[in-house]
Ligand binder design. Structure first.
Ligand SMILES: NC(=O)c1ccc[n+]([C@@H]2O[C@H](COP(=O)([O-])OP(=O)(O)OC[C@H]3O[C@@H](n4cnc5c(N)ncnc54)[C@H](O)[C@@H]3O)[C@@H](O)[C@H]2O)c1
Length: 428
Protein backbone atom coordinates (compact mmCIF):
# COMPACT_ATOMS: atom_id res chain seq x y z
CA UNK A 1 0.00 0.00 0.00
CA UNK A 2 1.17 3.52 -0.85
CA UNK A 3 2.18 5.70 2.16
CA UNK A 4 -0.60 7.90 3.49
CA UNK A 5 -1.10 11.21 1.66
CA UNK A 6 -3.43 14.20 2.14
CA UNK A 7 -7.12 13.34 2.65
CA UNK A 8 -9.56 14.37 -0.08
CA UNK A 9 -13.33 14.42 -0.49
CA UNK A 10 -15.30 13.33 -3.53
CA UNK A 11 -18.86 14.63 -3.93
CA UNK A 12 -20.92 12.41 -6.25
CA UNK A 13 -20.12 8.69 -6.39
CA UNK A 14 -21.04 7.85 -9.99
CA UNK A 15 -18.67 6.68 -12.73
CA UNK A 16 -16.26 9.59 -12.30
CA UNK A 17 -16.60 10.01 -8.53
CA UNK A 18 -16.05 6.37 -7.62
CA UNK A 19 -13.11 6.02 -9.97
CA UNK A 20 -11.60 9.26 -8.64
CA UNK A 21 -12.07 8.00 -5.08
CA UNK A 22 -10.48 4.64 -5.87
CA UNK A 23 -7.64 6.33 -7.76
CA UNK A 24 -6.71 8.75 -4.97
CA UNK A 25 -7.00 5.94 -2.43
CA UNK A 26 -4.58 3.88 -4.57
CA UNK A 27 -2.16 6.83 -4.36
CA UNK A 28 -2.45 6.88 -0.56
CA UNK A 29 -5.17 9.40 0.29
CA UNK A 30 -8.00 8.71 2.70
CA UNK A 31 -11.09 9.61 0.67
CA UNK A 32 -14.38 10.91 2.07
CA UNK A 33 -17.13 10.17 -0.43
CA UNK A 34 -20.50 11.92 -0.34
CA UNK A 35 -23.64 11.29 -2.39
CA UNK A 36 -27.27 12.37 -2.07
CA UNK A 37 -28.39 8.91 -3.18
CA UNK A 38 -28.86 7.14 0.16
CA UNK A 39 -29.38 3.77 -1.52
CA UNK A 40 -26.08 4.07 -3.39
CA UNK A 41 -24.23 5.00 -0.20
CA UNK A 42 -25.85 2.09 1.67
CA UNK A 43 -24.67 -0.31 -1.05
CA UNK A 44 -21.16 1.13 -1.00
CA UNK A 45 -21.06 0.77 2.79
CA UNK A 46 -22.01 -2.89 2.36
CA UNK A 47 -19.06 -3.31 0.00
CA UNK A 48 -21.20 -3.47 -3.16
CA UNK A 49 -20.16 -1.55 -6.28
CA UNK A 50 -23.15 0.06 -8.00
CA UNK A 51 -21.54 0.30 -11.47
CA UNK A 52 -19.45 -1.97 -13.67
CA UNK A 53 -15.96 -0.72 -14.44
CA UNK A 54 -12.99 -3.06 -14.89
CA UNK A 55 -10.76 -3.21 -11.79
CA UNK A 56 -12.97 -0.85 -9.76
CA UNK A 57 -14.48 -3.42 -7.39
CA UNK A 58 -11.03 -4.82 -6.65
CA UNK A 59 -9.56 -1.36 -6.06
CA UNK A 60 -12.41 -0.32 -3.73
CA UNK A 61 -12.01 -3.56 -1.79
CA UNK A 62 -8.22 -3.19 -1.61
CA UNK A 63 -8.54 0.36 -0.24
CA UNK A 64 -11.55 -0.24 1.97
CA UNK A 65 -9.91 1.20 5.05
CA UNK A 66 -9.10 4.46 3.30
CA UNK A 67 -12.59 4.93 1.83
CA UNK A 68 -15.45 6.53 3.74
CA UNK A 69 -18.99 6.83 2.38
CA UNK A 70 -21.76 9.08 3.68
CA UNK A 71 -24.74 11.15 2.63
CA UNK A 72 -23.51 13.78 5.09
CA UNK A 73 -21.04 16.46 3.97
CA UNK A 74 -19.84 17.24 7.47
CA UNK A 75 -17.20 14.46 7.84
CA UNK A 76 -15.81 15.30 4.39
CA UNK A 77 -15.46 18.96 5.35
CA UNK A 78 -13.90 18.01 8.66
CA UNK A 79 -11.22 15.75 7.17
CA UNK A 80 -10.46 17.11 3.69
CA UNK A 81 -9.49 20.50 2.27
CA UNK A 82 -9.92 19.56 -1.41
CA UNK A 83 -13.51 18.64 -2.32
CA UNK A 84 -13.66 17.05 -5.78
CA UNK A 85 -17.06 17.56 -7.38
CA UNK A 86 -18.19 14.71 -9.65
CA UNK A 87 -21.95 15.19 -9.79
CA UNK A 88 -23.89 14.74 -13.01
CA UNK A 89 -24.37 17.57 -15.52
CA UNK A 90 -26.92 16.01 -17.89
CA UNK A 91 -28.38 17.87 -20.87
CA UNK A 92 -31.57 19.90 -20.56
CA UNK A 93 -34.19 20.04 -23.32
CA UNK A 94 -32.44 23.13 -24.70
CA UNK A 95 -29.15 21.22 -25.07
CA UNK A 96 -27.49 23.32 -22.34
CA UNK A 97 -25.92 21.51 -19.37
CA UNK A 98 -28.14 21.09 -16.31
CA UNK A 99 -26.06 22.53 -13.48
CA UNK A 100 -28.62 22.04 -10.71
CA UNK A 101 -26.57 19.33 -8.95
CA UNK A 102 -23.42 21.50 -9.15
CA UNK A 103 -25.30 24.46 -7.69
CA UNK A 104 -26.71 22.29 -4.89
CA UNK A 105 -23.13 21.41 -3.94
CA UNK A 106 -22.04 25.06 -4.12
CA UNK A 107 -24.96 26.12 -1.91
CA UNK A 108 -24.04 23.49 0.69
CA UNK A 109 -20.50 24.84 1.20
CA UNK A 110 -19.82 26.70 4.47
CA UNK A 111 -17.81 29.88 4.96
CA UNK A 112 -14.20 28.68 4.93
CA UNK A 113 -10.73 29.91 4.04
CA UNK A 114 -9.15 26.46 4.02
CA UNK A 115 -11.38 24.48 1.64
CA UNK A 116 -11.54 24.34 -2.16
CA UNK A 117 -14.09 23.01 -4.62
CA UNK A 118 -12.27 21.13 -7.37
CA UNK A 119 -14.61 20.75 -10.34
CA UNK A 120 -14.36 17.38 -12.10
CA UNK A 121 -17.88 17.56 -13.50
CA UNK A 122 -17.95 18.79 -17.09
CA UNK A 123 -19.37 22.31 -17.00
CA UNK A 124 -19.82 25.15 -19.51
CA UNK A 125 -17.05 27.72 -19.79
CA UNK A 126 -17.82 30.48 -17.31
CA UNK A 127 -19.18 28.18 -14.61
CA UNK A 128 -16.12 28.62 -12.39
CA UNK A 129 -16.38 32.42 -12.54
CA UNK A 130 -20.11 32.20 -11.81
CA UNK A 131 -19.48 29.98 -8.77
CA UNK A 132 -16.80 32.32 -7.47
CA UNK A 133 -19.29 35.18 -7.83
CA UNK A 134 -21.92 33.20 -5.89
CA UNK A 135 -19.39 32.46 -3.16
CA UNK A 136 -18.50 36.16 -2.96
CA UNK A 137 -22.16 37.22 -2.82
CA UNK A 138 -22.77 34.84 0.10
CA UNK A 139 -19.78 35.92 2.15
CA UNK A 140 -17.82 32.80 1.16
CA UNK A 141 -15.32 34.61 -1.08
CA UNK A 142 -12.36 32.88 0.58
CA UNK A 143 -13.62 29.42 -0.46
CA UNK A 144 -11.13 28.46 -3.19
CA UNK A 145 -12.08 27.08 -6.61
CA UNK A 146 -10.15 24.92 -9.08
CA UNK A 147 -11.21 23.47 -12.44
CA UNK A 148 -9.77 19.98 -12.93
CA UNK A 149 -11.71 18.36 -15.79
CA UNK A 150 -11.76 14.58 -16.07
CA UNK A 151 -10.79 12.76 -19.27
CA UNK A 152 -11.19 9.11 -18.25
CA UNK A 153 -12.93 6.70 -20.61
CA UNK A 154 -15.57 4.34 -19.28
CA UNK A 155 -14.38 0.78 -19.80
CA UNK A 156 -10.79 1.67 -18.83
CA UNK A 157 -11.56 4.45 -16.35
CA UNK A 158 -9.33 3.45 -13.46
CA UNK A 159 -6.42 2.75 -15.76
CA UNK A 160 -6.95 6.16 -17.39
CA UNK A 161 -7.14 7.88 -14.00
CA UNK A 162 -3.83 6.33 -12.92
CA UNK A 163 -2.06 6.95 -16.25
CA UNK A 164 -3.61 10.12 -17.68
CA UNK A 165 -2.34 11.67 -20.92
CA UNK A 166 -2.38 14.97 -19.03
CA UNK A 167 -3.82 16.62 -15.94
CA UNK A 168 -5.48 20.00 -16.51
CA UNK A 169 -5.59 22.38 -13.55
CA UNK A 170 -7.30 25.73 -13.96
CA UNK A 171 -7.06 28.13 -11.02
CA UNK A 172 -6.34 31.64 -9.80
CA UNK A 173 -2.82 30.82 -8.70
CA UNK A 174 -3.74 30.17 -5.06
CA UNK A 175 -2.93 27.36 -2.59
CA UNK A 176 -5.64 25.05 -3.95
CA UNK A 177 -4.22 24.80 -7.49
CA UNK A 178 -0.81 23.91 -6.02
CA UNK A 179 -2.45 21.32 -3.75
CA UNK A 180 -4.22 19.65 -6.70
CA UNK A 181 -0.98 19.55 -8.71
CA UNK A 182 0.79 18.01 -5.70
CA UNK A 183 -2.00 15.41 -5.30
CA UNK A 184 -1.53 14.24 -8.89
CA UNK A 185 2.28 14.38 -8.76
CA UNK A 186 2.86 10.61 -8.20
CA UNK A 187 1.32 9.97 -11.64
CA UNK A 188 4.13 11.89 -13.41
CA UNK A 189 1.67 13.12 -16.02
CA UNK A 190 2.14 16.34 -18.01
CA UNK A 191 0.30 19.10 -16.15
CA UNK A 192 -1.48 21.88 -18.04
CA UNK A 193 -1.72 24.67 -15.47
CA UNK A 194 -3.95 27.39 -16.77
CA UNK A 195 -6.81 29.75 -15.95
CA UNK A 196 -10.25 28.41 -15.01
CA UNK A 197 -12.09 29.29 -18.23
CA UNK A 198 -9.39 27.71 -20.43
CA UNK A 199 -9.43 24.52 -18.34
CA UNK A 200 -13.20 24.32 -18.75
CA UNK A 201 -12.84 24.81 -22.51
CA UNK A 202 -10.12 22.14 -22.85
CA UNK A 203 -12.63 19.50 -21.73
CA UNK A 204 -15.48 20.60 -23.99
CA UNK A 205 -13.20 21.15 -27.00
CA UNK A 206 -11.47 17.77 -26.53
CA UNK A 207 -14.79 15.90 -26.50
CA UNK A 208 -16.10 17.93 -29.44
CA UNK A 209 -12.95 17.12 -31.43
CA UNK A 210 -13.19 13.39 -30.67
CA UNK A 211 -16.86 13.37 -31.66
CA UNK A 212 -15.95 15.21 -34.86
CA UNK A 213 -13.32 12.57 -35.62
CA UNK A 214 -15.96 9.84 -35.28
CA UNK A 215 -18.55 11.62 -37.42
CA UNK A 216 -15.83 12.32 -40.02
CA UNK A 217 -14.78 8.69 -40.37
CA UNK A 218 -18.44 7.64 -40.38
CA UNK A 219 -19.09 9.93 -43.33
CA UNK A 220 -15.98 8.58 -45.11
CA UNK A 221 -17.37 5.08 -44.41
CA UNK A 222 -20.69 6.00 -45.98
CA UNK A 223 -18.95 7.31 -49.11
CA UNK A 224 -16.79 4.13 -49.18
CA UNK A 225 -20.00 2.09 -49.34
CA UNK A 226 -21.08 4.03 -52.41
CA UNK A 227 -17.72 3.88 -54.16
CA UNK A 228 -16.34 0.42 -53.36
CA UNK A 229 -13.50 1.49 -51.03
CA UNK A 230 -12.95 -0.25 -47.67
CA UNK A 231 -12.98 2.26 -44.80
CA UNK A 232 -10.83 0.11 -42.54
CA UNK A 233 -8.05 0.30 -45.15
CA UNK A 234 -8.68 4.01 -45.62
CA UNK A 235 -8.57 4.69 -41.84
CA UNK A 236 -5.33 2.70 -41.55
CA UNK A 237 -3.76 4.60 -44.43
CA UNK A 238 -4.85 7.95 -43.01
CA UNK A 239 -4.12 7.19 -39.36
CA UNK A 240 -0.44 6.48 -39.93
CA UNK A 241 -0.03 10.16 -40.82
CA UNK A 242 1.10 11.59 -37.48
CA UNK A 243 -0.82 14.80 -38.10
CA UNK A 244 -3.99 12.70 -38.18
CA UNK A 245 -3.34 9.74 -35.86
CA UNK A 246 -5.12 6.40 -35.89
CA UNK A 247 -6.78 6.57 -32.47
CA UNK A 248 -10.52 6.98 -32.41
CA UNK A 249 -10.79 6.42 -36.12
CA UNK A 250 -13.24 3.54 -36.07
CA UNK A 251 -16.43 3.83 -38.09
CA UNK A 252 -19.58 2.41 -36.55
CA UNK A 253 -23.19 3.07 -35.69
CA UNK A 254 -22.61 6.45 -34.10
CA UNK A 255 -21.28 7.66 -30.77
CA UNK A 256 -23.35 7.48 -27.59
CA UNK A 257 -22.62 7.47 -23.89
CA UNK A 258 -23.03 10.00 -21.15
CA UNK A 259 -20.42 12.45 -22.45
CA UNK A 260 -20.03 13.01 -26.20
CA UNK A 261 -23.66 13.69 -27.11
CA UNK A 262 -24.24 16.03 -24.18
CA UNK A 263 -20.85 17.77 -24.29
CA UNK A 264 -21.01 18.41 -28.04
CA UNK A 265 -24.48 19.80 -27.63
CA UNK A 266 -23.42 21.85 -24.57
CA UNK A 267 -20.52 23.42 -26.52
CA UNK A 268 -22.80 24.18 -29.45
CA UNK A 269 -25.32 25.84 -27.10
CA UNK A 270 -22.56 27.69 -25.23
CA UNK A 271 -21.31 29.09 -28.54
CA UNK A 272 -24.85 29.97 -29.59
CA UNK A 273 -25.58 31.66 -26.28
CA UNK A 274 -22.45 33.79 -26.80
CA UNK A 275 -23.58 34.77 -30.30
CA UNK A 276 -21.48 32.33 -32.35
CA UNK A 277 -23.01 29.70 -34.62
CA UNK A 278 -20.78 26.59 -34.36
CA UNK A 279 -21.67 25.10 -37.76
CA UNK A 280 -19.26 22.18 -37.61
CA UNK A 281 -20.79 20.78 -34.42
CA UNK A 282 -24.29 21.03 -35.88
CA UNK A 283 -23.12 18.71 -38.66
CA UNK A 284 -21.32 16.37 -36.24
CA UNK A 285 -24.55 15.87 -34.29
CA UNK A 286 -26.68 15.38 -37.41
CA UNK A 287 -24.26 12.87 -38.96
CA UNK A 288 -24.30 10.91 -35.71
CA UNK A 289 -28.09 10.76 -35.55
CA UNK A 290 -28.32 9.57 -39.15
CA UNK A 291 -25.57 7.00 -38.60
CA UNK A 292 -27.57 5.23 -35.88
CA UNK A 293 -30.46 4.85 -38.33
CA UNK A 294 -28.48 3.67 -41.35
CA UNK A 295 -28.44 0.13 -39.98
CA UNK A 296 -32.19 -0.07 -40.61
CA UNK A 297 -31.60 0.62 -44.32
CA UNK A 298 -28.99 -2.15 -44.45
CA UNK A 299 -31.53 -4.60 -43.03
CA UNK A 300 -34.26 -3.47 -45.43
CA UNK A 301 -31.90 -3.98 -48.37
CA UNK A 302 -31.89 -7.71 -47.61
CA UNK A 303 -35.15 -8.33 -45.75
CA UNK A 304 -37.51 -5.86 -47.44
CA UNK A 305 -40.18 -4.76 -44.99
CA UNK A 306 -39.27 -5.36 -41.35
CA UNK A 307 -42.88 -6.02 -40.31
CA UNK A 308 -42.98 -9.32 -38.43
CA UNK A 309 -39.22 -9.82 -38.75
CA UNK A 310 -37.14 -10.85 -35.74
CA UNK A 311 -33.91 -8.89 -35.23
CA UNK A 312 -31.28 -9.78 -32.61
CA UNK A 313 -29.11 -7.09 -31.03
CA UNK A 314 -25.73 -8.34 -29.85
CA UNK A 315 -24.64 -5.88 -27.19
CA UNK A 316 -26.59 -2.93 -25.78
CA UNK A 317 -24.09 -0.87 -23.74
CA UNK A 318 -22.85 2.27 -25.51
CA UNK A 319 -19.44 0.62 -25.69
CA UNK A 320 -17.70 -2.49 -24.40
CA UNK A 321 -16.59 -2.96 -20.77
CA UNK A 322 -19.27 -0.76 -19.26
CA UNK A 323 -22.86 -1.16 -18.13
CA UNK A 324 -23.60 2.46 -19.04
CA UNK A 325 -26.67 2.72 -21.26
CA UNK A 326 -26.89 6.51 -21.37
CA UNK A 327 -27.45 7.63 -25.00
CA UNK A 328 -26.51 4.14 -26.24
CA UNK A 329 -27.06 3.68 -29.99
CA UNK A 330 -28.95 0.46 -29.14
CA UNK A 331 -31.80 2.55 -27.68
CA UNK A 332 -32.38 4.40 -30.94
CA UNK A 333 -31.90 1.23 -32.98
CA UNK A 334 -34.35 -0.86 -30.96
CA UNK A 335 -36.93 1.93 -31.09
CA UNK A 336 -36.56 2.29 -34.89
CA UNK A 337 -36.82 -1.47 -35.45
CA UNK A 338 -39.91 -1.77 -33.28
CA UNK A 339 -41.49 1.25 -35.01
CA UNK A 340 -40.95 -0.56 -38.32
CA UNK A 341 -42.82 -3.60 -37.00
CA UNK A 342 -39.90 -5.87 -36.05
CA UNK A 343 -39.57 -7.94 -32.89
CA UNK A 344 -36.29 -7.20 -31.09
CA UNK A 345 -34.34 -9.71 -29.03
CA UNK A 346 -31.15 -8.68 -27.27
CA UNK A 347 -28.20 -9.90 -25.28
CA UNK A 348 -25.61 -7.91 -23.34
CA UNK A 349 -23.17 -9.60 -20.94
CA UNK A 350 -23.20 -6.71 -18.41
CA UNK A 351 -25.71 -3.98 -19.25
CA UNK A 352 -28.97 -5.96 -19.22
CA UNK A 353 -30.32 -4.64 -15.93
CA UNK A 354 -29.63 -1.01 -16.95
CA UNK A 355 -31.11 -1.74 -20.40
CA UNK A 356 -34.29 -3.17 -18.90
CA UNK A 357 -34.93 0.21 -17.23
CA UNK A 358 -34.81 2.01 -20.59
CA UNK A 359 -36.16 -0.43 -23.19
CA UNK A 360 -39.71 -1.65 -23.52
CA UNK A 361 -40.93 -4.61 -25.56
CA UNK A 362 -37.42 -6.00 -26.06
CA UNK A 363 -36.93 -9.74 -25.37
CA UNK A 364 -33.78 -10.13 -23.29
CA UNK A 365 -31.76 -13.34 -23.70
CA UNK A 366 -29.15 -14.92 -21.45
CA UNK A 367 -26.59 -15.53 -24.21
CA UNK A 368 -25.75 -14.45 -27.74
CA UNK A 369 -26.94 -17.82 -29.08
CA UNK A 370 -30.28 -17.51 -27.29
CA UNK A 371 -30.72 -13.97 -28.62
CA UNK A 372 -30.19 -15.01 -32.26
CA UNK A 373 -32.45 -18.07 -32.09
CA UNK A 374 -35.09 -17.70 -34.79
CA UNK A 375 -33.80 -14.26 -35.85
CA UNK A 376 -33.95 -13.09 -39.45
CA UNK A 377 -30.93 -10.86 -38.88
CA UNK A 378 -28.43 -10.10 -36.14
CA UNK A 379 -26.66 -6.80 -35.46
CA UNK A 380 -23.40 -6.41 -33.55
CA UNK A 381 -24.10 -3.23 -31.60
CA UNK A 382 -21.36 -3.32 -28.93
CA UNK A 383 -17.82 -4.62 -29.44
CA UNK A 384 -17.86 -7.02 -26.47
CA UNK A 385 -14.82 -9.32 -26.81
CA UNK A 386 -17.02 -12.44 -26.54
CA UNK A 387 -18.67 -11.57 -29.87
CA UNK A 388 -15.31 -11.77 -31.64
CA UNK A 389 -15.03 -15.37 -30.40
CA UNK A 390 -18.50 -16.44 -31.54
CA UNK A 391 -18.80 -19.69 -33.49
CA UNK A 392 -20.54 -18.24 -36.55
CA UNK A 393 -21.58 -21.68 -37.84
CA UNK A 394 -23.45 -22.22 -34.56
CA UNK A 395 -24.98 -18.73 -34.76
CA UNK A 396 -26.11 -19.34 -38.35
CA UNK A 397 -27.64 -22.72 -37.35
CA UNK A 398 -29.77 -21.04 -34.67
CA UNK A 399 -31.02 -18.24 -36.93
CA UNK A 400 -33.95 -18.27 -39.33
CA UNK A 401 -32.23 -15.80 -41.67
CA UNK A 402 -28.70 -15.14 -42.85
CA UNK A 403 -28.01 -11.40 -42.43
CA UNK A 404 -25.34 -10.12 -40.07
CA UNK A 405 -24.87 -6.38 -39.71
CA UNK A 406 -21.55 -5.70 -38.02
CA UNK A 407 -22.10 -2.26 -36.55
CA UNK A 408 -18.53 -2.11 -35.26
CA UNK A 409 -16.57 -3.80 -38.07
CA UNK A 410 -15.59 -6.15 -35.30
CA UNK A 411 -16.30 -9.72 -36.44
CA UNK A 412 -13.99 -11.73 -38.70
CA UNK A 413 -15.73 -11.01 -42.02
CA UNK A 414 -14.30 -14.08 -43.77
CA UNK A 415 -15.43 -16.43 -40.96
CA UNK A 416 -18.90 -14.88 -40.98
CA UNK A 417 -19.21 -15.25 -44.74
CA UNK A 418 -17.84 -18.83 -44.64
CA UNK A 419 -20.66 -19.66 -42.19
CA UNK A 420 -23.14 -18.67 -44.91
CA UNK A 421 -24.00 -15.16 -43.80
CA UNK A 422 -24.57 -12.04 -45.85
CA UNK A 423 -22.11 -9.71 -44.09
CA UNK A 424 -22.88 -5.99 -43.89
CA UNK A 425 -20.18 -3.94 -42.21
CA UNK A 426 -19.85 -0.18 -41.98
CA UNK A 427 -18.04 1.29 -44.97
CA UNK A 428 -16.61 -1.98 -46.29
N1 LIG B 1 -18.82 9.13 -17.23
C1 LIG B 1 -17.74 9.54 -17.88
O1 LIG B 1 -17.13 8.80 -18.67
C2 LIG B 1 -17.22 10.94 -17.65
C3 LIG B 1 -15.91 11.25 -18.08
C4 LIG B 1 -15.45 12.54 -17.87
C5 LIG B 1 -16.25 13.50 -17.26
N2 LIG B 1 -17.52 13.16 -16.89
C6 LIG B 1 -18.33 14.18 -16.21
O2 LIG B 1 -18.30 13.91 -14.82
C7 LIG B 1 -19.57 14.24 -14.23
C8 LIG B 1 -20.14 13.02 -13.52
O3 LIG B 1 -20.40 12.03 -14.50
P1 LIG B 1 -20.80 10.54 -14.08
O4 LIG B 1 -20.89 9.77 -15.33
O5 LIG B 1 -19.89 10.09 -13.00
O6 LIG B 1 -22.26 10.81 -13.49
P2 LIG B 1 -23.17 9.79 -12.62
O7 LIG B 1 -24.56 10.15 -12.95
O8 LIG B 1 -22.69 8.40 -12.80
O9 LIG B 1 -22.84 10.20 -11.10
C9 LIG B 1 -23.25 11.40 -10.52
C10 LIG B 1 -23.45 11.16 -9.02
O10 LIG B 1 -23.65 12.43 -8.38
C11 LIG B 1 -24.63 12.23 -7.36
N3 LIG B 1 -25.18 13.55 -6.98
C12 LIG B 1 -26.08 14.31 -7.61
N4 LIG B 1 -26.29 15.45 -6.94
C13 LIG B 1 -25.51 15.41 -5.83
C14 LIG B 1 -25.27 16.31 -4.76
N5 LIG B 1 -25.88 17.49 -4.68
N6 LIG B 1 -24.39 15.93 -3.81
C15 LIG B 1 -23.75 14.73 -3.88
N7 LIG B 1 -23.93 13.86 -4.88
C16 LIG B 1 -24.79 14.19 -5.85
C17 LIG B 1 -25.63 11.29 -7.99
O11 LIG B 1 -26.44 10.68 -7.02
C18 LIG B 1 -24.69 10.31 -8.70
O12 LIG B 1 -24.33 9.24 -7.86
C19 LIG B 1 -20.44 14.76 -15.37
O13 LIG B 1 -20.32 16.17 -15.42
C20 LIG B 1 -19.80 14.16 -16.59
O14 LIG B 1 -20.01 14.93 -17.74
C21 LIG B 1 -18.01 11.90 -17.05
Amino acid sequence: MAPERQPVAVIGTGYVGLVTAAGFAELGSPVWCVDVDADKIARLLRGEVPIYEPGLAESLARNRERLHFSTDLAPALEHARLLFVAVGTPPTYSGDADLSAVHAVVAAMPVSDHHALVMKSTVPVGTGQAIKRIFAEHGKGSFAYVSCPEFLKEGSALEDFLAPDRVVVGDDGNWAGDAVVELYSPLNAPVVRTDIASAEMVKLAANAFLATKISFINEIANVCEETGADVTEVARGMGLDQRIGGHFFKPGIGFGGSCFPKDVSALKQLAGNSGYHFQLLTAVIEVNELQKRRVVGKLQKHLGSLVGKRIALLGLAFKANTDDMREASSLVLAGRLQADGATVSAYDPIAESEARKLMTGVEFAGSALDAVTGADAAIIVTEWPEFAALDWEAVRARMAGDVLVDGRNFADRDAVQRAGFIYEGIGR
